[in-house]
Ligand binder design. Structure first.
Ligand code: MN
Length: 424
């Protein structure tokens, strides 16, 4: 009979007013979980609390499917609660859980996850992350758009793409692995992983043998590093594995030496070799592309509303730039190209990064143009279309030819001169 023993610690952190994280440690049921609630007006607490209570009550069939069903029941409970009152609308919670289950007459550890809380395995002195975050930055990393290091510093690293209570149906990632004596599982909210590196977590799990002590120390480190979020840590030890380790070792010893086995002769004779014995059957479903609009409002997290707002702002900006660009490129002006009158496309002096381009040099020089027109030409005389600009140049030419030698005379006015009266 496999025996598990868990210990936990949680803390509000140094910035938040309320701890919206919840955890579940039930050694008797071999069930452990962490939930990180989101939503204003204490709704986050309600969501995480409800999810833990429902999971605890619904996990009646100790199979991986039973665990997934219990998490779906928790989703249902949070979803219905969220629909019941306007101040609870949009609340949700992450949920990550570990349970001892029976599959094909064999005991397994089932790991299930929704959101960005995590489960790590500390085995044979090495830490590895078992769950995949349902977060925006994780998707960007998977798509190769940013690196892991960039993800850690990303301003939108708190946006999650899947959470309980946001939709009537939920997809639950799950996997199972064989429990070995000495293995240690770590369940935690992002309040730990955003503050403490994997290396520090690993060394802490190595130093503290009691699960509760290890959990407490990790929470202390997250606080010391900033404590910008609620921090919750559950550490679960496999204290007895029903001689699984010994049987695996014996089976391994009975086998003829393989290249892998001979690579480390005798050094790990009393332990199972992970590639042979562990057989962690990852049955996690492929993450479906989920819109980032599943995140409820929260003080420090970037909400989907903010995201939608930013997208709208971006669109408005793009339209504005497009309009300015169109305007900048589709107007004309008459100006000077050296000593010559010329037509330019664009705005005099340019607009934003749209520089005017020379369209046509006209056979008309500065000397021929009326002196009164020159300031206008030097500044650039704008016209809506190329035809208008041509017409303006023709006017200049007519003035030049009609008034040769009278350069100081202003152009004829279109308005009636003062003193003219209109007869009835
Ligand atoms: Mn959190």
């Amino acid at each position: 009979m496999t025996t598990l023993h868990g210990g936990a610690a949680t803390d509000v952190g140094r910035v938040r007013q309320v701890n919206e994280d919840r955890f579940l440690v039930r050694d008797d049921l071999c069930l452990y979980a962490v939930a990180d609630g989101v939503g204003g007006h204490q709704a986050g607490e309600v969501a995480s609390q409800t999810s833990m209570e429902t999971l605890e009550a619904s996990f009646v069939e100790p199979t991986t499917e039973g665990l997934v069903q219990a998490i779906m029941a928790a989703n249902d409970a949070v979803w219905h609660l969220a629909q019941s009152a306007s101040e609870k609308r949009g609340m949700g919670t992450t949920l990550t859980a570990v349970a001892l289950v029976q599959e094909d007459g064999e005991e397994h550890l089932a790991v299930a996850n929704v959101g960005d809380s995590r489960v790590y395995l500390f085995s044979r002195d090495e830490l590895s992350q078992l769950t995949e975050d349902h977060s925006l930055v994780e998707e960007l990393v998977r798509e190769g758009q940013i690196t892991k290091a960039e993800a850690h510093m990303h301003p939108q690293r708190s946006i999650i793409t899947r959470a309980l209570g946001m939709e009537p149906e939920i997809e639950v990632d799950h996997l199972q692995l064989l429990p070995y004596k000495g293995d240690r599982l770590l369940l935690c909210s992002d309040g730990l992983t955003n503050e403490v590196t994997d290396e520090r977590i690993e060394s802490t799990l190595r130093r503290f043998s009691d699960p509760a002590d290890a959990a407490q120390e990790l929470v202390r480190q997250a606080r010391a590093h900033g404590g910008n979020d609620n921090i919750t840590v559950v550490v679960v030890d496999v204290v007895d594995d029903d001689q699984r380790s010994e049987r695996a070792s014996a089976a391994l010893a009975a086998e003829p030496p393989t290249s892998a086995a001979s690579a480390s002769p005798g050094s790990r004779a009393l332990e199972p070799d992970p590639p042979v014995a562990r057989a962690a059957t990852a049955t996690a479903t492929a993450p479906r592309p989920v819109a980032t609009s599943h995140r409820p409002p929260r003080r420090r997290r970037v909400t989907w509303r903010v995201l939608v707002f930013c997208v709208c702002l971006g669109l408005v900006g793009a339209v504005a730039v497009g309009a300015v660009g169109w305007y900048a490129r589709n107007t004309y002006y008459v100006g000077l190209a050296g000593n010559q009158v010329a037509i330019y496309r664009g705005r005099p002096g340019g607009l934003l990064w749209f520089q005017p381009t020379l369209q046509e040099r006209k056979p008309l020089t500065v000397d021929e143009v009326l002196a009164a027109r020159l300031p206008d030409l030097r500044a650039g005389h704008s016209e809506a279309t190329k035809a208008d600009a041509d017409r303006y140049v023709n006017e200049l030419r007519q003035e030049a030819s009609g008034l040769t030698g009278a350069n100081t005379t202003p152009p004829p006015a279109n308005t009636p001169s003062p003193g003219t009266t209109v007869k009835p």
